[in-house]
Design a protein around this ligand. Structure first.
Ligand code: FES
Length: 188
């Protein structure tokens, strides 16, 4: 039905436009002499047609990836062995990511690299090697961490990057807090 209606409207439009072209925009309105009309008026003479809208929504336009927030997959393995899979936006550090996902990773100095309570263990050596090297400040704090391993890092010093996708981070069974004794900030 729509196809035939559109086709019918199209035919009428072509007829009127053809007359406009043949007669130099002189269009004959029934029972009137030929009159000169502008192009915009010519369009107004077309029969009323329903409005047709593009069905592509704003949400669809973001599907091309331009507007969509880029994330990576991060798995936190908690002290009881439970795994939590999270989508972490690029640029977010692992302490923020843990807190956004209700994972109890401490962060006594709130990310200022002045404690070791956000200690995490990268579970895969390949993933560990893909991380930027720790700074001297981070290494100094790591030296104070409980249960230090060769793939230990401070969560607040690891920012999500595309090459870190699928990283797995284990929370140590204990932390040592020399900087802010007993302070345990709540997740933001
Ligand atoms: Fe203190 Fe990361 S929260 S070093």
């Amino acid at each position: 039905m729509w196809v035939s209606r559109i086709s019918c409207l199209g035919t009428q439009a072509v007829k009127i436009l053809t007359r406009g072209l043949l007669f130099g925009h002189f269009v004959r309105i029934p029972r009137t002499p030929y009159i000169h009309v502008s192009s915009s008026r010519l369009l107004q003479l077309l029969p009323q047609t329903p409005q047709y809208f593009c069905t592509t929504s704003a949400a669809d336009s973001s599907e091309d990836g331009n507007e969509e927030e880029q994330t990576i997959n991060v798995t936190f393995v908690e002290t009881d062995g439970m795994e939590k899979h999270c989508k972490v936006p690029i640029g977010t550090n692992m302490l923020e990511a843990a807190h956004s996902n209700d994972i109890e990773l401490e962060g006594a100095c709130e990310g200022s690299c002045a404690c070791s309570t956000c200690h995490v263990i990268v579970m895969d050596m390949d993933q560990y090697n893909r991380l930027p090297d720790p700074t001297d400040e981070e290494n100094d704090m790591l030296d104070l961490a409980f249960g230090l391993t060769e793939t230990s890092r401070l969560g607040c010093q690891i920012e999500a990057k595309p090459e870190m996708d699928a990283i797995r981070l284990a929370l140590p069974v204990a932390t040592r807090n020399f900087a802010v004794d007993g302070h345990k900030p709540k997740p933001h």
